[in-house]
Design a protein around this ligand. Structure first.
Ligand SMILES: Nc1ncnc2c1ncn2[C@@H]1O[C@H](COP(=O)(O)OP(=O)(O)O)[C@@H](O)[C@H]1O
Ligand SMILES: [Mg+2]
Length: 260
């Protein structure tokens, strides 16, 4: 059996969700979601605003405690684990809104990412002597095309460069399961192209969960697509199945689904 073969059961799962729900008062943000993602697989999560995509990520990451259900990662039940413990086990995510330190350099942000949680600029005080992490920071910048921007202050980067940096920081955390929340939001077409190729070239050891509003990217990068609406998983299939789905078309009112 190849390491990518997950058809024989959940031993091959990077992530396995059973009946996961998250309620905020009267709002059922995530409703009874089952999901199985094999090692090294790429899954896109799509759906209209308010569908529960970010809440699902937050619940998987441990930011939100599920109201019901069970979350297994890499064969372990992590439902009761802290955010830090999940991160330490290789669960890494980016946020829909950036959490970069905008006042310091690209190199310093990468250095802090390599230091792990909790991140604080105070950790930069003894950073000069840390040659290993500094070298790794340069490698990471190289991987996402930011080598020439290492000394730039993050606040001076373009929006696209900031997203590249977020991806590099996520990769620096020894990610085994990587969750990206709308990484292409606000990017220009050429920046989207670069991001897409970075995602396509991602190490196959890393399992990727991608929330993406840009249907071209969502359907190109993933081999499976999960469609959410009103907190529920309403469809799961291949990009081709999702593209031709009348249900998906009706959810998006025909406006958003003209991926090539
Ligand atoms: N922290 C929160 N407190 C209260 N309601 C929330 C919170 N986070 C999300 N919600 C609600 O959950 C629903 C799903 O939101 P969200 O997960 O952000 O959707 P999506 O990412 O698909 O746009 C929305 O109705 C939203 O208002
Ligand atoms: Mg969201």
């Amino acid at each position: 059996m190849s390491s990518l073969d997950t058809t024989s059961g959940r031993d091959g799962s990077a992530l396995h969700l059973t009946g996961v729900s998250k309620r905020f008062g009267g709002v059922q943000a995530v409703a009874d979601v089952d999901l199985d993602v094999g090692h090294g697989h790429r899954v896109s999560v799509i759906g209209p605003n308010g569908a529960g995509k970010s809440s699902l990520f937050n619940t998987i990451a441990g930011e939100y405690k599920p109201t019901a259900g069970r979350i297994e990662m890499l064969g372990e039940d992590v439902t009761g684990w802290s955010i830090q413990r999940r991160a330490h086990a290789g669960l890494v995510r980016t946020f829909q809104t950036s959490r970069l330190f905008t006042g310091v350099s690209v190199a310093d942000n990468l250095y802090l990412a390599l230091c792990g949680l909790p991140r604080s600029v105070n950790r930069l005080t003894n950073a000069d002597r840390d040659d290993d992490r500094r070298a790794r920071a340069r490698e990471l910048a190289e991987r996402v095309g930011l080598r020439a921007r290492l000394d730039a202050v993050v606040g001076d980067l373009s929006h696209g460069e900031q997203r590249q940096l977020e991806l590099a920081m996520a990769l620096g955390g020894n990610a085994r399961v990587l969750m990206l929340d709308e990484p292409a939001a606000g990017l220009s077409p050429s920046e989207r192209g670069l991001l897409t190729s970075l995602l396509e070239d991602l190490d196959r050891e890393i399992t990727l969960l991608l929330i993406e509003h840009d249907m071209d990217i969502a359907l190109r990068v993933a081999e499976r697509v999960v469609v959410m609406a009103d907190g529920q998983k309403v469809l799961e299939g291949t990009p081709a199945e999702v593209r031709s789905s009348a249900l998906v078309r009706s959810i998006y009112l025909g406006g958003d689904l003209h991926a090539s």
